[in-house]
Design a binder for this molecule. Sequence first.
Ligand code: CA
Length: 616
Amino acid sequence: MKRRTWIALLLLAALLLTACGENAEQSAEPSAEQTPQPVEETQQEEPAVSAPIETKEELSVLKVENLPEDFILGMDVSSLIAEEQSGVRYYDFDGQEKDLLQILAENGVTHIRVRVWNEPYDAQGRGYGGGNCDIENALQIGQRATQFGMKLIVDFHYSDFWADPGKQMVPKAWEGMDIETKTAALYDYTRESLQLLRDGGVDVGMVQVGNETNNGMAGETDWDKILPLMAAGSRAVREVYPEALVAVHFTEPQNNGNYRYFADILAQGGLDYDVFGSSYYPFWHGTRENLIQVLTEINRDYGKYVMVMETSWPYTPEDTDFSGNSINADSSVARDYPYSPQGQADEVRDVIAAVALVPGGIGVCYWEGAWITVPGGSWEANSALWEQYGSGWASSFAAEYDPNDAGKWYGGSSWDNQAFFDPAGQALDSLLVFSSLREGRGDQNRPEPVAAPVEEEEAEPALNLLVNGDFETGELSPWELIDQGSGGELFVEQKTADSRDGDWHMHFWNPNPDSVDFFLEQTVTDLAPGSYRFSISIMGGDCGETEIYAYVKLDGEIVATVPMEITTWNNWDTAVLSGIEPGEGQSLTVGIRVKCQGTGAGAWGKIDSALLTPES
Ligand code: CA
């Protein structure tokens, strides 16, 4: 450990000696919310490189109550290979040089996340930087993660470089394609990429179809085109890694109604996915209370798991690689915690505690926790490494693809002050947070800063215009069942474990092939003029080819449908049809159609939680 500290101090001295007269470089991932950072500030830096080691025994982590055993404690280390190629090494708490992934596994990290770009290279094969994160990069990182018992989260950007709310540029190879061709290309690309990981023995736990797709994906901005692209990605995941979760990923949870808007689009488009992921950077993205509320709504109303895909916090305000940082001492952003290892640990702990309070909250992933400075010691030397190995956020070679952002501001790491490692690669105390969550560590007197979700006391339970929409009377009435199948079981059943809410649900089962075929519907009349929203949930399995959809009829004519799917037990699929506007005097019928061309294994399923409400 001493040796590492000395090297760190020498490195710092080198930084200070060479700092004067350097250009202040600006870098810009994930978006342009930074200001240029005068390098002079580096000179005022305390030797942060050694301080954390001294405070190790003092780090406190407030215990998180009732954290599920399988809660995902993730870390994005997409830049790892480029960092290593640039000479970066990582050291554990004993000062031992180790594989970064081993250090993370030993400290309680369960999942490794890695972004994937289609082709982050120019015509001469020179990398765009940001880790040059193609699928080969994901394979290397994934194999090492698997070796140390962690699962991989694959984050397809479906672009050749950074994709976020500011840009979702089409991969070069897909430029000019019509949507059918592009959808097929995305399917093939996803399938082949995942097959490469599968053949390489990578344990993939989750796959994201798109990254922060608020404003588009793969060059498309129209949801009529984005939806089939996402569906193609999802289908490829199901085929190659059926055991993995399919995730979507959005950001800006602080924008009122944002997530409900996206979740509605996905539900109405019938997208097959499991996890609604959110970025949550406390300096940009509002309060934890708001995060808890919007994620709780997504789980409650759409039946999806929720997760924070990206979060982070600075352990220091200082830049350490001569390339300005996204968050620094002058950033005018929310500052809930000090910029220190303790502040970083507190932020991580509190976000985990927040997600753990959300029903269906399955995990939190830290973003780029090891993207520290390359060891050049000057801007010129570092820049040469960033250009050669892609270890900066962008190289000059990205200019052809992204002239307005990367082309102007290419440079090093904008995130080195948010890593869990000091500039010499020594693990910071804050890395202890993951292994300390369940038991707590040190001072436990800090007040619990994360409040449980606020119950909407004044709000009455959502008015359900359906009678017996949850089947809790134990009767079928007033539902109408139109059975076109061949017997088997089809009735309202009492079994709490198989119900989405309450104790009762509609049950079906038939051991014969091609046997399940029914409509279940309810008609409502005398509705006040206005707009209505219908949702219904189903789970089941062993169904072979299915034709399942929720539908809405006006005066007996089907006017809208949403496809639904059954996969396995307890994996509920919720359909949402909104904007239903019955004319005056029209009757409204809502229902679900289930047809299974069963394989003879015994198609079965459960239907529950039908809800018809006025929309405000
Ligand atoms: Ca930097």
